[in-house]
Structure formats: C-alpha cells, structure tokens
Write a protein that binds this ligand. Structure first.
Ligand SMILES: Nc1ncnc2c1ncn2[C@@H]1O[C@H](COP(=O)(O)OP(=O)(O)O)[C@@H](O)[C@H]1O
Ligand SMILES: N[C@@H](CCOP(=O)(O)O)C(=O)O
Length: 324
C-alpha cells in the first residue's frame, strides 16, 4: 500500500474548496504503487485521482510532467489530465506535499500478462514516442547510467544482506554495461525523445482487448526511445517463475514496429539497453528494500526479480534473443 502522507478530512475539504469539481462523495487511499501517495476521489461530478508527490519527484519538475501529459493527450494518447482549480492552477500543496488532481481513467491493468497484451502495448509505446516528438522541453533522466554507481554505493551496507555477493556482482555488471552504453565514449548514439521510463503492467490500462490509457508519467524523461522498449522487455516479458517469454517479446516488438521501426543501431544496442533497464529497476528496488521502514504503508518490490533478468540480458548477444 502506498500512502505515505495522511490527509485529514479538514485539509481535504479546504483543498477541494479551491476546485469547481462538485461535492465530495468518497475518498480512499489507493493500495497500489510504491512512489507517490494516491487517493481515489469521488465527487458529484465524477471520479478523480488526487496525488501527493513523494520522495523521488522533484517538485520543480512537476510542470514538465503535467505539461507532457497535457501534450500527449492533445496528440491522441489517453493519459490522466491535470484538473485546474478556480484560479487556473493545477499544481498545489496539500498536507505539506506538492499535490495535483488528475482525471480518472477507466480500464484495468493486467494482473497477469498474457501474449494478447503485448502487441497493443508495443503499439501504445510507439504512439507515445511519436506523440512526444512535438513536446520540446527536455528532462534529463535522473536515473540514467551516471546515477547507477552512486545508487549502488548508497546500498553498499545492505546489498549483501539481501543476497550474499550481490554488491560485487552488480559492480561487475556496471563495469560492463556503462562503457558499452550508447553515446558513451565513442559508441554511436541512438534516436532520442520523450520516454515514459516506467511503463510496467500497472501503468497500462486495458479495455475491450485494447490499451485504454497510460498512467504514471513521473519518471518520464528525454532519453533513447529504444531504452523505453528495453524497459518494457523487462517489465512485460518475464514469467512469474523468472523465465523469459520470447513470444511476448516478439509480439511487443512487432506491435512497436507497426508504428515506428527500430533502426539498426537500436537493434544492435538492445541487449545493453535491456541490461541497463534491469540494473536501474534492481537498484531502486534494492535501495527501497534496504531503506523502507518496517511500519511504512507500502510493500517494497523484490530487487532479486531483477537480478535474474539482468543475468538473462548479460547472456543475450543480439536482438534476435528478443524474438526480432
Ligand atoms: N488516472 C488514474 N485513473 C485511474 N486509476 C489510477 C489513476 N492514477 C492512478 N491510478 C491507480 O492508482 C494506482 C497507483 O498509481 P501509480 O501512479 O502507479 O502510483 P505511483 O505514483 O506510486 O507509481 C494505479 O495502479 C491505479 O490503480
Ligand atoms: N515500476 C517500478 C516501481 C515504481 O512503480 P509504481 O508504478 O508501481 O509505483 C518497479 O517495479 O520497480
């Protein structure tokens, strides 16, 4: 459950008085997600999401995220839209945290990923990339390759308690991944644009066998488009027993290529991008696993799921290993 910040009835009533969205009917904390505090808000006008932004979101960057969501919606990507208060402001403060109300999206995210989800997912990812092309402001990826060594260092006291030898294994993997990263040293760079950077199953809603909307843009940034594909290979294409499902991967890549072809350099780089993506999620999960207080109202995600994925990608030589 991710409710880091409590909101009193009184504070909520004061906050909602600024908005013209009807009278409050119900209000409940959402037991999913690990990053921000989310509440589902029902008023006489309909359903909304109230988000209080927590540790990994820099308040100064919120206008970039909200602006991206507005831009993507104008370009035809269904995603939550910030709701403005009576003065036209979308970014506010509640219970001492930056906060915003956004529209509620219908649909459900797949608790169990099936092959039939993967092609529409790939298409939706490429559509997002196409729609983001005309959003000019850039945001550097705060969790890109230069962040990984310091993040691992910050876990140094705890990594080996999660699994003996983990610290050294990750240091060795980093020493291989970072020098091979596109754009590093003399390595060729790749097409860049606005990426979601966290398009996990719980951030993709489906209705009637198609993608009905995308949520949770608070890791979005300007980075290699193919890195977003690599994140999805990690998040969607491994089975609960840890095995890679090449059919899921192929479907996802084929769906992506229906909208945007991966070029030769992107295909060549896919294994290292997938290694980096596994490393990035392993490290934030490891950090949270070590640093989340036992009484926190959040269920940290298991970092070791991503160790298995990292090992798989380190053993993968070409994009053919992903079914393309
Ligand atoms: N706009 C939305 N419409 C409907 N449900 C949403 C919306 N935003 C969030 N949710 C619900 O809240 C959950 C957590 O949201 P998420 O943005 O993933 O949290 P976090 O910021 O912690 O990653 C989602 O899995 C979904 O069930
Ligand atoms: N997707 C990340 C964690 C952040 O995602 P959330 O949307 O579940 O809050 C992971 O799986 O490590």
């Amino acid at each position: 459950m991710a409710v880091y910040t409590d909101v009193s009835d009184e504070a909520l009533q004061d906050f909602l008085a600024d908005f013209a969205i009807g009278d409050l009917v119900s209000f409940r904390g959402i037991a999913e997600g690990v990053e921000n505090t989310n509440f589902q808000l029902r008023t006489t006008e309909g359903d909304f999401i109230l988000t209080l932004y927590e540790k990994r979101v820099n308040a100064r960057e919120l206008p970039w995220f909200l602006g991206l969501m507005q831009h993507l919606a104008r370009e035809g990507v269904t995603c939550p839209q910030p709701v403005a208060d009576r003065r036209g402001e979308t970014l506010k403060t509640l219970a001492g945290r930056p906060a915003a109300i956004t529209t509620f999206l219908p649909g459900v995210w797949p608790r169990t990923v099936r092959g039939e989800h993967c092609r529409p997912l790939g298409r939706a990812l490429a559509q997002l990339h196409a729609a983001g092309r005309s959003y000019a402001p850039e945001r550097a990826n705060a969790l890109g390759p230069t962040a990984w060594a310091p993040l691992l260092q910050s876990c140094a006291g705890g990594a080996n308690t999660v699994q003996p030898g983990l610290q050294a294994e990750l240091e060795q993997a980093l020493a291989r991944i970072v020098p091979a990263w596109p754009g590093h040293g003399g390595n060729p760079t790749l097409p860049r644009g606005q990426i979601h950077a966290d398009l996990f199953p719980d951030n993709v809603f489906f209705l009637n066998h198609g993608v009905s909307g995308l949520i949770d843009f608070y890791f979005a940034c300007t980075d290699y488009l193919a890195y977003d594909v690599a994140i999805c290979l990690n998040a969607w294409c491994f089975q609960p027993d840890g095995a890679f499902n090449v059919t899921f991967a192929r479907q996802m890549l084929l769906g992506y290529e229906e909208v945007r072809k991966l070029d030769e350099a992107e295909c060549y780089a896919m294994p290292v991008l997938a290694q980096g993506a596994a490393m990035r999620f392993l490290l934030t999960r490891l950090y949270d696993w070590i640093n989340t207080p036992a009484d926190a109202l959040v269920t940290p995600k298991n970092p070791l799921d991503y160790l298995k994925r990292l090992r798989f990608h380190l053993a993968t030589q070409t994009v053919g290993g992903y079914g393309l």
